[in-house]
Design a protein around this ligand. Structure first.
Ligand code: AMP
Length: 431
């Protein structure tokens, strides 16, 4: 199977070949022909599956064929992404596909000057990649109109649910023509996603490469049962054992991760942290340094690292388990990209037992134990030493074997665990 068999025009196929992209990935094989036929697409695929090309190529192909210049302040296609980094990555990919054609790609995200972005939009663009907040700003300033936008993509849509972008979407979507083509891509399929698809897609074809919530098979997973206070030394040992390889370390809170990165630096690791308190420039630099191998350990919170395409990460450490099970899948999806092998190593402290159970339940599989034993008696009333600041997670009741997960009608990020316990509750803000 190659790209011209999917119906893409020869010059686009040639452009891809220049970038070493010759054989479509499974999600591309499944999605592209339908998208080229104008169908709405709901794609269940993780970062690393080639999903950007799966939605990007059909749009680029259609816009190349149409050959219509955009009207002033209009965008012919709109891609919404939850984070600035992901939006930039998508814009970079689209720019690579469109190189040498008349098509113009623009990126509008927060953290960068709005005036320059307004200028860029003045003459209109073919493909606009945006984070929802900045797009709304630009709409409010009448710098852009969406009434001629024929393609809408919602990428990493599950993350958008987590981040409350649903409200933004409610404002943005009605501004587009009803007869647009809409594509929604998501790594997981929480119940709310079906509602989102129902609201914004029409007669969508559903494509998927991995079972929902099931990580790619090339990742070897393991869990260490380790007390919070012993996690740091274990991490240092494991990082030491793979000195030459890139490692990504996930935790929950900005402060906790900042502190961890300083502690690792003090141990001589070339390390950098990305989280919500870092400026856009610092985040971009950190990722560029990591990709180039100038730093070897990237410490991150979920939001900061979401959707990043970092090809050579061999080890992903869950220094703290995410309290949203879907985020575990997202985190470990950072490794084993493009068919490479990768390892996902989780650290589970006593008060993370319920998080671990939730993750295993969502994946319908147990994570093999690397050291220690599952904690017993978890669920007693105690505070959790959490990366130094005690914050960053929401704990709601749930004694041992007690509280069932609450019905997931709420966005994953807002889900509460119900149950009879009276655990300490901390309300630190994650990421
Ligand atoms: P994505 O899942 O869209 O973030 O893509 C992950 C990475 O795979 C990106 O670096 C793409 O350039 C690359 N890629 C996408 N499609 C292909 C393909 N068909 N063959 C090889 N690499 C690809």
């Amino acid at each position: 199977m190659d790209f011209d068999m999917l119906g893409l025009q020869p010059r686009l196929v040639a452009k891809l070949a220049e970038q070493g992209i010759t054989a479509p990935t499974p999600i591309q094989t499944q999605a592209i022909p339908h998208a080229m036929n104008g169908r709405d697409v709901m794609g269940l695929a993780q970062t690393g599956s080639g999903k950007t090309a799966a939605f990007g190529l059909p749009m680029v192909d259609a816009l190349m064929k149409a050959g219509v210049r955009p009207n002033p302040k209009c965008a012919n296609a709109l891609v919404l992404a939850p984070t600035r980094e992901l939006a930039k990555q998508i814009a970079d990919n689209l720019t690579a596909y469109t190189g040498g054609s008349h098509l113009k790609v623009a990126l509008v995200v927060g953290g960068a000057g709005i005036v320059g972005q307004m200028k860029r939009l003045e003459k209109g663009v073919d493909l606009l990649v945006a984070t929802p907040g900045r797009l709304i700003d630009l709409l409010d300033r009448r710098a852009v109109r969406l009434n001629e936008t024929r393609f809408l993509v919602l990428d990493e849509a599950d993350q958008m649910l987590d981040m409350g972008f649903i409200h933004a979407l409610r404002r943005i979507a009605p501004l587009l023509p009803a007869n647009r083509q809409t594509m929604l891509f998501s790594a997981t399929m929480p119940k709310q996603m079906a509602e989102l698809a129902e609201a914004y897609l029409t007669d969508a074809i559903r494509v998927q490469v991995n079972a929902p919530g099931k990580p790619v098979e090339a990742i070897s997973q393991s869990v260490h049962f380790v007390a919070q206070a012993a996690k740091f030394d274990l991490l240092v040992d494991l990082l030491d054992a793979h000195r030459d390889e890139l490692a990504l370390v996930f935790g929950r809170t900005k402060h906790g991760m900042e502190k961890l990165s300083k502690q690792l630096a003090a141990k001589g690791f070339a390390v950098v942290a990305i989280h919500g308190n870092k400026s856009q420039g610092q985040r971009d630099r950190a990722i560029a340094d990591f990709k180039a191998g100038r730093v070897r350990v990237l410490v991150a919170t979920d939001v900061a690292a979401r959707g990043l395409d970092i090809p050579d990460v061999r080890h992903v450490y869950n220094y703290e388990l995410p309290n949203v099970p879907e985020n575990y899948v997202h985190r470990i999806g950072r490794t084993a990209r493009a068919g490479a092998d990768g390892a996902a190593i989780a650290f589970c402290a006593p008060d993370e037992m319920q998080d671990l159970r939730d993750i295993q339940k969502a994946m319908k599989a147990d994570i093999p134990v690397a050291s220690g034993r599952p904690w017993e008696g978890e669920g007693t009333d105690k505070k959790r030493p959490n990366g130094g600041n005690g914050g960053g997670r929401r704990r709601f009741g749930g004694g041992q074997g007690g509280g069932k997960p609450a019905a997931s009608a709420k966005p994953a990020g807002q889900r509460r665990r119900s149950g009879g316990g009276n655990r300490a509750r901390s309300n630190g803000r994650a990421a």
